[in-house]
Design a protein around this ligand. Structure first.
Ligand code: DC
Length: 219
């Protein structure tokens, strides 16, 4: 088992940006578990399966071969041999991932893959259930959050910078809905582990948050 830092929290709290910075500084591998759920969601969308068809999701998830590789310092997600990094960042895939990730068979398959990765190397892993379920013995657990307003504002800026036409109120509503689903699902709901450190990034810069986590780890 390598060393591990678990970073959990709601969508848009800055987990992936910060986890990447921390991993780089410490020489750990960054593992984005949301990308795995997104790849699985993409598979379901391609198969024409709807979020509410849980039996079909259970049956079909065994056909999805999801693998993670690290190429030039970047995590690349392969779905049945295809690099899907460029296809999984849409709102449609994010919403399907939030819905299909409630499925026990999907979770079992992806948790096993995540635990295998962490057993082979030192990792900074981010997600929703890393500190509570995937890596309960992680050296450091962080619960990273920010207000829904701040998170919506960050997402709005990100999308408009890419030239995507969007509405900030709709984005905030989507964030609140997704939080609710992630926090209230039966299996592995998003919650702060008892031994996780709470970090609210609403009024902190990315650098400040990354530095705080590195300090906590080195303490
Ligand atoms: O972090 P993200 O937005 O890329 O994750 C997409 C969805 O995947 C999210 O709504 C919930 C789900 N997810 C999960 O259930 N467990 C994880 N460890 C990571 C993500």
């Amino acid at each position: 088992m390598g060393k591990a830092i678990a970073i959990d929290g709601p969508a848009g709290a800055g987990k992936s940006t910060i986890a990447k910075m921390v991993a780089k500084e410490l020489g750990f591998i960054y593992v984005d578990t949301g990308a795995m759920y997104r790849a699985m969601a993409l598979f379901m969308i391609k198969k024409g399966i709807k979020a509410e068809e849980s039996d079909k999701i259970s049956k079909t998830c065994v056909e999805a071969d999801i693998t993670i590789k690290h190429e030039n310092g970047e995590q690349v997600v392969y779905l049945n041999g295809e690099n899907v990094n460029g296809l999984i960042r849409t709102e449609e895939v994010g919403n399907m991932a939030s819905a299909s990730s409630v499925n026990a068979d999907v979770r079992k398959k992806l948790v096993e893959l995540q635990q295998k990765l962490a057993s082979e190397t030192d990792v900074v892993m981010d997600g929703r259930d890393i500190g509570t379920v995937v890596l309960p013995n992680a050296e450091l657990k962080v619960y990273l959050t920010a207000s829904s307003k701040v998170r919506a504002d960050r997402r709005y800026k990100e999308l408009t910078a890419k030239g995507v036409d969007c509405d900030i109120d709709t984005i905030e509503k989507d964030i609140i809905d997704r939080d609710y689903r992630d926090m209230h699902r039966e299996i592995s709901p998003l919650k702060q582990a008892d031994d996780a450190v709470l970090v609210d990034s609403s009024d902190m810069s990315i650098n400040e948050v990354a530095e705080k986590i590195i300090q906590l780890f080195r303490k």
